[in-house]
Design a protein around this ligand. Structure first.
Ligand code: AHG
Ligand code: MN
Ligand code: MN
Length: 329
């Protein structure tokens, strides 16, 4: 790995591989990196300046919005809207799509994002993150919600920024998965995890066992299996998807937020959470399923659609899915 490979340099080298590229994607991504740095500095200061706690509103999912959710959401929109590379955005925290103001030029891409994943962990100083997914905008003149309702296989880029013990940006454009670590003293992301590959099978299983009373038989029997004699699995669950996912991506294992008797469609959001992480995991050699089908093949019907999610090491996901399918017949 070259020493001192910055994210900016890496992006330009990637762009050079496609001589016909206009550079618009690279410019869009550079704006995103600025948003990431600003949100990272806000998160790093959480606890100071009165930015902890609830904002006093609920989002479209009926969840309590935190002040830092709002700050991250506003920062993301304000940093991205004037670059001229987007035609619209959609945020987990907002009911409708966000049109780029007519005073700014419009571009060929749309972006969907979860501004701050893991809201319940903000106030207790546990890792949170920002997740994003980029699509080509449709050819029509006016962007509508239909431009966002594409199956995950159509994503041109997906990634996340994890505000953990360090700030990391992990992304894919369909040519492997690369991770960059922010050096706060320099203010730059440097390549730290080139071509990440998830282990074929891992020791970790991650699920909220507090929901076990609502589980369907496929989930119960799989979790019984991973806890039985002879199993080498161990449990890890942070409660911030982005952090649970990142750990399992590097260490190997499986994360489950299945459909259950209480949440018939699971909890996680297809467009802002499941699709981007599924694109990344597949690019790293892993798999992601709803239990019934590959996540990336799901055709969304609405912007804030929820989906069950079983994601991680290929062999582990296959095993969990086989329990799910056997129990459902
Ligand atoms: P968000 O903070 O963006 O609303 O997402 C929270 C999600 C996800 O990060 C996590 O995996 C899951 O909620 C945890 O849910 P439970 O508390 O039900 O386990
Ligand atoms: Mn989230
Ligand atoms: Mn969120």
């Amino acid at each position: 790995m070259p020493v001192g490979m910055t994210l900016t340099k890496f992006l330009h080298e990637e762009q050079r591989r496609y001589p016909s590229s206009s550079g618009s994607f690279t410019a869009l991504f550079s704006d995103l990196v600025i948003a990431a740095k600003i949100i990272s500095s806000q998160v790093r200061r959480a606890g100071l300046g009165g930015i902890l706690g609830a904002a006093g509103t609920q989002n479209v999912h009926g969840e309590e919005v935190q002040k830092l959710d709002e700050l991250a959401n506003d920062t993301f929109i304000r940093t991205m809207e004037h670059g001229g590379h987007l035609s619209a955005m959609a945020s987990e925290e907002m009911d409708d799509i966000i049109h780029v103001d007519s005073k700014y030029p419009k571009g060929n891409y749309v972006i969907m994002f979860d501004p701050l994943d893991g809201s319940s962990n903000i106030d207790v100083n546990i890792s949170v993150g920002t997740i994003f997914s980029i699509l080509k905008a449709g050819k029509g003149s006016e962007v509508t919600v239909k431009d966002f309702l594409k199956p995950g296989v159509e994503q041109v880029c997906a990634g996340y920024i994890l505000y953990g013990s360090s700030t990391m940006l992990v992304y894919t454009t369909g040519h492997g998965v690369h991770g960059f670590t922010l050096d706060p003293s320099v203010g730059e992301f440097f390549l730290s995890h080139e071509n990440i590959r998830i282990p074929e099978k891992g020791k970790i299983f991650s699920i909220n066992e507090g929901n076990s009373r609502h589980w369907l038989p496929g989930t119960s029997s799989y979790i019984e299996k991973v806890k039985s004699n002879g199993s080498e699995k161990t449990a890890r669950y942070v409660g911030s998807l982005v952090a649970d996912f990142h750990r399992n991506l590097l260490r190997g294992g499986v994360f489950l937020y299945p459909a259950d008797k209480k949440s018939h469609k699971g909890k996680l959001r297809l467009l802002y959470e499941a699709n981007p992480l599924s694109f990344i995991v597949e690019q790293a050699g892993g798999a992601a399923s709803t239990g019934d089908e590959r996540v990336l093949d799901v055709v969304p019907g609405e912007l804030h659609q929820r989906t069950p999610l079983i994601i991680g090491s290929k062999a582990d996901v296959e095993e969990a899915v086989s329990f799910w399918k056997t129990a459902s017949v």
